[in-house]
Design a protein around this ligand. Sequence first.
Ligand code: SAM
Length: 413
Amino acid sequence: MGGARRRAAPTRGADGRTHGAAPHESLLVHGDNLAAMTAMLPERAGQFRAIYIDPPFNTGRAFAEYDDARSTHEWASFMRPRLALARELLADDGALFAEIDDTELATLTLLLDEVFGRESRVSTVTVVRSAPTGHKAINAGPVNVTDFLLVYAKDRAKLRLAPQLRARRPYDDAYKTWIDNPGDPPAAWRFRPIARAVAEHLGHDGPAAARRALGGPEFAAFTRRFAVEHAPHVVRFAQPRYEAISQKARALVDRSRAEPDRVFVLRRGALPDFVVRGGNRVLFLAKKVRVIGGVPTLVEPLTNVWDDVPFQGIAREGGVAFVRNKKPERLLARVLAMATEPGDWVLDPFAGSGTTAAVALKMGRRFVAIEEGAHAFTLAEPRLARVVRGEDPTGITTEVGFAGGGGFRVVDA
Ligand SMILES: C[S@@+](CC[C@H](N)C(=O)[O-])C[C@H]1O[C@@H](n2cnc3c(N)ncnc32)[C@H](O)[C@@H]1O
């Protein structure tokens, strides 16, 4: 059994302890995940919308809590039956997210292809976990700063993932045109350079005077912030790709070239309006701005490179120290936002310090978290108990407006 060959002696006697409010459906299970998942199968097959696994990476290291050195063959033999059980427990419309570094990336990909089928592979996400600073920079060769998140569907045709947006930086300076009166009909819109509108807003005669008064870089930075805060006024022009637009749209572009000062609008049913001026499409900054934490923020669709989830500064998250192993709550929040809805079940068979379960509680999901080490009791249980009591202000607590609540039971596998 188990991933750890050298670990603290198991602490028994937790069976049935509860924290927080009934019905205590969520579970923190102490024991080997192979035994625990096997026991769950008769009642819980197909129940979990999301399964996050963060197994020992086979780094060759010995951590305080567990050993992490096997041959690749042994590691694969350890993982294979656990992945097969995870697949059985996954809902038909659910997804499994497996975190790994490059040591066993290839092994895990092949194992998951074998268990789930190559056609069920959804994405290989590169997660940037550190910067090339300090001692790492003096190693020969490229500095290793990434983990990977392998995403598999139980059934790609049924998979439901909510599209995600992420904060975008830097500002796209092509959005440099201001409409004074975007609330009026397009034919009446008055356009001018955004720098002029911002300068006048600041009480200057024009951009040159504003730059002299504020300094060039400061004025540029202010203008970008102002644009995002007043996004309905801000547009850019883009040449339409003839081959990618309909015949009607092409005809409109041609007309607009002939009458360059007039705004033309093609209504397209469910699709956004096709707006043209001077032969160019008019693109609206407002489509790229969302209010995040009360602040208008420039966003873009999430790609398979996640370099915006800080791993630095998480040492105190959850009030538990789990050096090198703990994952950021924000990472799990993104996974759960993408793959689950409130009330859904989430499984984490390698729970460690309980990050997935803590995030599930804060986001109103139900969970089963399995951990065989004694840190199930010394780290995960007290962390989760603090979360339900509303005593954990760290991680995503403020972002999701969580003030405590929920409950869970601690059981032996
Ligand atoms: C990388 S850590 C997980 C860290 C976790 N994501 C967090 O944020 O705290 C891997 C965990 O898997 C646990 N583990 C290893 N083999 C296991 C097994 N067979 N059954 C249950 N847990 C196991 C280890 O004790 C360790 O806590």
